[in-house]
Design a protein around this ligand. Structure first.
Ligand code: ADP
Ligand code: ZN
Ligand code: ZN
Length: 804
């Protein structure tokens, strides 16, 4: 008898336990670890991942697997193992960890089709009846006939039949009709075969043999290139000179772009210097984490490209992680230029079908390089030779939902597993990584200068309090406005950065102080100009903008703060001649709009690019010579210990946009706290000085990298239940953890209520607490029933990146 240990899809049941199921005879030999199956579970049938296949079970009675869902394993052995580790480390259910590793398109139950790959006559009679003339039939129909399964199994093993997923309409595979030369027609004299009368056909065949001798080519493409009619092609197919095939066309989102021939610049000395140890690590197959700190424009990407070349020469594969917002067409282009069709791009802006296609290219080993955002770290390669994380300090590498993993943590695990280097690159590394490099846990590599030695831009810090004293109430200081005018005259480009979104931020009554807030979340509502309404950014609640104050009926109620839309209006008033492109969540929500806006800025269709975070990185436009940061304080004063670090990173990033090419760049930073060390060190581009000062700050506050932090958040509709549970957990932690560990709270969370659920939190600060993971998993396990039955939520965030 064969049994399968299955991790079932009940995110709560018996945490990380696998259940035993009998593998029915007809599925024996087919079921493999990493496949999904449906199994009976109580009265229901549910999905699960096959975790192991064994020959014995300790149970007296086991139920059989109901259905095999995957024709091939969707998770490799490595990923199965990684999931176990991840579930433990991030305190989540094993099933949740596994689900997060596969594309969402196949998380739903897809329909399976049997594709006939040979002539039907070659099948056993019983299967012939099932197909009866069709090329492709539904698996579910086929297996209704009981005798069919063993025959199908054999046919699949012989590759006479292929099992394929059929996804819902929007993710359906695109098929294209193609032609190619019949294998035996090469080198033939077409004139002789076709005779004198078929001039066009002869001409076309000669052209085809000369230009497209190998791969199948889409018929429309051929028609376009050869200027030939479909009739000519059809007669040639009939005469057996061309072979017609229907093949799958991947929905390549970058399809319509032409990639230039690669131009590899000669490496600078600094680049060569940092590349050496990386290449050594690749060739020796040794696990080594590198921290590559290189100022903006120092050529880090070129270093990535070169190290990937070494990896590919060795026949291995590469993963490159890029923050979601930097995953611009421009970024992707650089990899496609160099590695062409060997690159898959895993981007969350792709449709679920496109994502599935890209994932499948990796899964089928059709590509060697995966470039993508956070979840691309799970790309199912089996011969990894390098993992690169660009902008490693980016907060978006941490997933804020289960499993709460950090891509860096997963990359290091996989690097160790595959014995390959992991490169963490940044101009402003996270203090955690930098501290590890200082302790030689990571090897520090540095690119201190920009390629071509272009100077770092000059940074002016403007005290906005002085502007106010001068009576200037606009969003622009005098100096910034002057410089903008100057650039407009010189026809150079300007980037204006505002760390806000929407038209403006919040609504306040100047008479009584009333502010509008969400009735469910207790956070301030944001005013949206386009719909003239107020919106909650946590739960989506919205209401129309009021004309009078609901408290005192005063008419002096209005929005406050500055948003991109309002700044745009102000620019239009002050500088009517300026052409402005605004980029924020509102103008870029539609697919492709992000790229379009950037492209038109690049083409010089606008003078000013105005936007939020999303314009801070990745842009590399030669004509930008001025960057303005309109309000540096918005980020500096968030209730988060990383606020100064984020401000420094952000200012450095936006400064990096200026003067990338020959023209010298300038940066103007407007702030109400000009003396803050984040701003001062950003002004002088001094990461080391900043990190030194910030490290002192962290030490005094007991924050990472000196202490680890874990955040436990308890939420429920009933506030007494929340408080009671939080108290219980806190006192249990105090009893079990070492006396050096600090437990803060329980206290009400910075956002006290989300979607009518009250939130309390407990912060654990510790230096060395080897048992903590087990204790937390234990707590998670013990509250399982209440979490499932009473909607109590206990979320545990190891090393949280967000404190809101
Ligand atoms: P970073 O990623 O460190 O910000 P990039 O890799 O984007 O820097 O490099 C900045 C610019 O310099 C790019 O336009 C890139 O093509 C160019 N570049 C990189 N390396 C070289 C080199 N060795 N010689 C000439 N140009 C280079
Ligand atoms: Zn009022
Ligand atoms: Zn809300």
């Amino acid at each position: 008898m064969m049994y399968a240990k299955v991790i079932v899809d009940v995110a709560a049941s018996q945490t990380n336990k696998a259940f035993d199921y009998l593998i029915p005879e007809d599925l024996q030999g087919l079921i493999q670890p990493g496949m999904r199956v449906t199994v009976p579970f109580g009265p229901r049938k549910i999905q699960g991942f096959v975790w192991k296949v064994t020959e014995n079970t300790e149970l007296a009675r086991v139920k059989p697997i109901a259905e095999m869902l995957d024709p091939y394993p969707v998770l490799t052995q490595e990923l199965l193992q990684l999931g176990e580790w991840l579930a433990l480390e991030t305190v989540c259910f094993l099933i949740t960890a596994y689900q997060s590793m596969i594309p969402s398109a196949i998380r739903a139950k897809p329909k399976k089709m049997l594709q006939l790959k040979v002539d039907e006559k070659n099948l056993p009679p019983d299967l012939q009846t099932i197909f009866s003339g069709e090329k492709s039939i539904d698996w579910a129909d086929a297996v209704k006939n009981e005798t069919a399964l063993p025959l199908l199994k054999k046919a699949v093993q012989n590759e006479d039949i292929e099992v394929e997923y059929l996804l819902k309409d929007q993710t359906k595979k695109k098929m294209v009709r193609t032609i190619r030369m019949c294998p035996n027609t090469h080198e033939k004299d077409f004139q002789e075969i076709l005779g004198n009368r078929a001039k066009k056909q002869v001409q076309f065949m000669n052209w085809f043999a000369a230009n497209l001798p190998n791969a199948p080519v889409a018929i429309p493409t051929v028609i376009e290139q050869a200027g030939v009619s479909i009739n000519v092609i059809q007669s040639l197919i009939k005469k057996g000179l061309l072979l017609e095939e229907e093949i799958e066309e991947y929905r390549d989102p970058y399809d319509d772009q032409q990639f230039d021939q690669p131009t590899r610049p000669n490496l600078t000395d600094q680049q060569r210097h940092v590349l050496n140890p990386i290449n050594t690590s690749v060739t020796k197959s040794s696990y080594e984490p590198f921290l590559l700190r290189g100022v903006t424009g120092s050529g880090k990407t070129e270093v990535y490209l070169r190290s990937i070349e070494t990896v590919l020469e060795k026949g291995e594969e590469a993963i490159v992680l890029v923050p979601e917002i930097s995953l611009t067409p421009q970024m992707v282009e650089r990899f496609k230029e160099r590695f062409g069709s060997q690159v898959a791009v895993l981007h969350s802006a792709l449709s679920s079908g496109e994502k599935y296609d890209e994932w499948r290219k990796v899964h089928r080993k059709e590509v060697k390089v995966a470039v993508g955002a956070r979840s691309a770290v799970f790309a199912p390669f089996e011969n990894l030779g390098i993992i690169i994380i660009d902008e490693e300090h980016e907060g978006s590498y941490k997933q804020e939902d289960h499993p709460r993993y950090h891509a860096r943590q997963v990359a290091l695990w996989r690097g160790e597993y595959h014995r390959c280097p992991v490169i963490l690159g940044s101009a402003t590394p996270s203090l955690e990584s930098f501290a590890r490099a200082s302790r030689h846990v990571f090897t520090l590599l540095e690119l201190p200068d920009r390629v071509n030695k272009v100077a770092m831009p000059e940074v002016d810090v403007i005290d906005m309090r002085d502007e106010l004293k001068k009576g200037n109430r606009s969003a622009f200081s005098e100096l910034l406005l002057e410089k903008i005018q100057d650039r407009l005259e010189k026809k150079e480009q300007i980037v204006l950065f505002l760390n806000r979104r929407g038209y403006s931020t919040f609504v306040i009554c100047r008479n009584c102080g009333f502010t509008a807030s969400c009735p469910h979340c207790e956070i301030t509502l944001t005013y949206h100009h386009s719909g003239r309404n107020l919106k909650c950014h946590y739960c989506g609640y919205n209401e129309p903008m009021m004309n009078t104050c609901p408290e005192c009926e005063s008419e002096h109620i209005r929005f406050f703060g500055t948003g991109t839309q309002k700044v745009q209006e102000e620019i239009t008033n002050l500088l009517p001649e300026a052409r402005v492109i605004r980029m924020d969540v509102d103008t870029t929500s539609r697919k492709g709009s992000h790229a379009k806006l950037l492209q038109s800025f690049r083409n010089g269709e606008a003078d000013i690019l105005l936007g939020t975070q999303m314009i801070a990185k990745g842009l590399d436009f030669p004509k930008i010579t001025l960057v303005g940061v309109l309000a540096a304080d918005t980020m500096l004063h968030l209730p988060d210990f990383r606020a100064p670090e984020r401000t420094f990173q952000l200012l450095t990033q936006v400064s990096g946009r200026a003067g990338r090419d020959k023209l010298l760049g300038e940066v103007v930073v407007q702030t109400y706290t000009p003396d803050h060390y984040s701003i001062q060190h950003a002004k002088t581009h001094d990461f080391k000085a900043f990190s030194l000062e910030e490290m002192g700050q962290r030490k005094r506050g007991g924050y990472p990298p000196y202490y680890y932090i874990t955040l436990v958040t308890i939420a429920h509709e009933d506030i007494t239940k929340v408080i009671k549970t939080a108290d219980k957990i806190a006192s249990y932690l105090k009893q079990t953890l070492s006396p050096e560990t600090k437990i803060l709270g329980p206290t009400v969370s910075p956002i006290a209520r989300i979607k009518d659920r009250y939130r309390y939190q407990c912060m654990i600060k510790y230096k060395n607490e080897p048992e903590l993971i087990n204790i937390l998993n234990d707590i998670h396990f013990r509250y399982q029933k209440e979490m499932v039955n009473e909607q109590l939520s206990i979320s545990i965030d190891m090393n949280p990146q967000m404190f809101m």
